[in-house]
Design a protein around this ligand. Structure first.
Ligand code: ATP
Ligand code: MG
Length: 356
């Protein structure tokens, strides 16, 4: 399965020592990298927003860049997310993604003498997949080899055991991402009855939060898309949502304090209904009609929810409750402890096998 060196195998020899396993996800919202902590204390995880912002050094006039969380915090008006809409096109999106990724790898000393397993979304955009691969191939890491696995399968790995048990089992999963929702069954690693939609997404929730906040504040408050995402990530909660109070500076001075009660959870509730509809109304029937026995086996195992949107407190239990109420099955639902970094941790575990 592992194809070995894609480039730079000479460097690997001169570096000496055994190669290091690295898991990578370059997602549309965040990039996550996992590798052994240099002090031997376990796995180090780097997680930052997939974005960059250009600025000018006021003394030299030189064009400079800020990356990741810093770029988003300091340059909210000009920050660019090159993968905002998904896999990169051949031009500027790939270029900016490469520049971003190389900067993150360098600033966190991700080992170059490494075997990289990276994850990719379910997509038939082959050019986009090739462009993403190029970003990793052209980066300094992965000198010993580069391999890719489905994001959803990797995300299920930490949910189903301490090792690679997920690769040996039959189960169904859903990946709740920023630009897509995915569903599939896995039979010992093979993806079955894949379903993918760009309609029910984290980004869509963020867009609705913007217009809801406008409505709820009688057009006094306009937030940008990153603020909407932060509201969702910090406050959305199916167990104990509290109204959110924030302050804006008004044009011409003066602070305006406002409280929103429904603007966050309305779209999040609607989102979960959409996810349940897809799972119970589209994915399961398709799986059952094409692979009846696999469908049966998969429903006897916990359904795994992965992806950043599965981080919302109480979402997993609420998904289980709603699915049970529409399908006549006693199914259970589970999730990895950190659905937002699980795919990278799973990829890192696979990479560990390759160097072992
Ligand atoms: N703690 C959190 N609470 C709520 N939502 C979160 C949290 N963390 C991440 N998200 C949301 O999850 C989404 C990102 O999920 P993920 O990282 O799986 O996406 P992605 O793989 O980059 O996107 P895609 O594959 O769809 O292009 C975003 O909408 C983000 O705001
Ligand atoms: Mg994804």
């Amino acid at each position: 399965m592992y194809r070995g060196a894609d480039h730079g195998s000479d460097d690997a020899v001169t570096d000496g020592g055994s190669p290091v396993p690295v898991g990578v996800k370059i997602g549309s919202t965040r990039t996550v990298i996992a590798f052994p902590a240099p002090d031997g204390s376990g796995v180090q995880v780097v997680q930052t927003l997939t974005c960059l912002a250009e600025y000018e050094n006021p003394i030299t006039g030189e064009t400079k860049y800020a990356y990741g969380d810093d770029a988003a915090a300091e340059y909210p008006e000009s920050v660019e997310f090159p993968l905002r809409s998904g896999l990169p096109d051949a031009g500027r999106q790939t270029e900016l993604t490469s520049q971003f990724f190389d900067a993150v790898v360098a600033s966190h000393d991700v080992p170059e003498h490494s075997a990289v397993v990276y994850v990719t979304p379910m997509s038939d955009d082959e050019a986009g997949q090739a462009n993403l691969r190029r970003v990793i191939e052209q980066s300094p890491i992965g000198q010993v080899g580069i391999e890719r696995y489905p994001e959803m399968l990797c995300g299920a790995i930490p949910a189903l055991g301490e090792g690679l048990e997920a690769i040996e089992q039959v189960f169904a999963a859903m990946n709740l991402g920023a630009t897509h929702v995915e569903a599939a069954a896995f039979r010992r690693g093979e993806q079955i009855a894949p379903y993918r939609s760009g309609r029910t997404t984290g980004n869509e929730v963020d867009r609705k939060i913007i217009s809801n906040v406008e409505n709820e504040t009688q057009s006094r408050v306009h937030i940008d898309i990153n603020t909407a995402r932060e509201y969702k990530e910090q406050h959305a909660d199916f167990e104990s949502f509290e109204p959110v109070t924030d302050v804006i500076q008004q044009p011409g001075g003066g602070r305006h304090e406002f409280t929103i009660e429904r603007s966050i959870m309305d779209p999040v509730e609607e989102y979960l209904d959409g996810v349940v509809d897809i799972f119970a109304g589209e994915f399961l029937p398709a799986l059952s009609s094409q692979y009846h026995r696999v469908h049966r086996l998969a429903l006897d195992q916990p359904i795994v929810l992965t992806g950043g949107m599965a981080c919302i407190p109480g979402l997993v239990a609420e998904f289980q409750r709603r699915v049970r109420s529409v399908v006549d099955e006693d199914l259970t639902v589970t999730a990895p402890q950190r659905p937002d970094i699980a795919a990278t941790l799973g990829a890192h575990r696979i990479a560990t096998r390759f160097v072992g």
